[in-house]
Design a protein around this ligand. Structure first.
Ligand SMILES: [Zn+2]
Length: 94
């Protein structure tokens, strides 16, 4: 197996493309297929409106603009930092 193959396989995404929340559960599987998981942070559902970067940016901009509220505030860490979380977003979705 060459390096290129390794990059193709194992691309499971556990990080929300919109807000960078990492659930440790796949939101897109290793084939890039959305798992339709609702993000407890920004409330986006993987596979809905997050398959191209301009839409992702639009959704993120909207979420931040309305105050970056958590959909499930109970899951919000006490030391939560928006900018730190946004830094988790994979480079191709920033
Ligand atoms: Zn999210």
């Amino acid at each position: 197996m060459n390096t290129e193959d390794e990059e193709e396989i194992g691309r499971t995404e556990t990080t929300c493309r919109i807000c960078g929340y990492d659930s440790d559960d796949p939101v897109f599987n290793e084939y890039g297929v959305p798992q339709y998981v609702i993000c407890p942070c920004c409330y986006n559902e993987s596979g809905i409106g997050d398959d191209n970067v301009s839409q992702v940016r639009e959704l993120r901009g909207h979420w931040v603009a309305i105050g970056a509220e958590w959909h499930e505030p109970k899951l919000r860490p006490t030391d939560w930092d928006l900018l730190e979380q946004l830094a988790n977003i994979p480079p191709q979705w920033r």
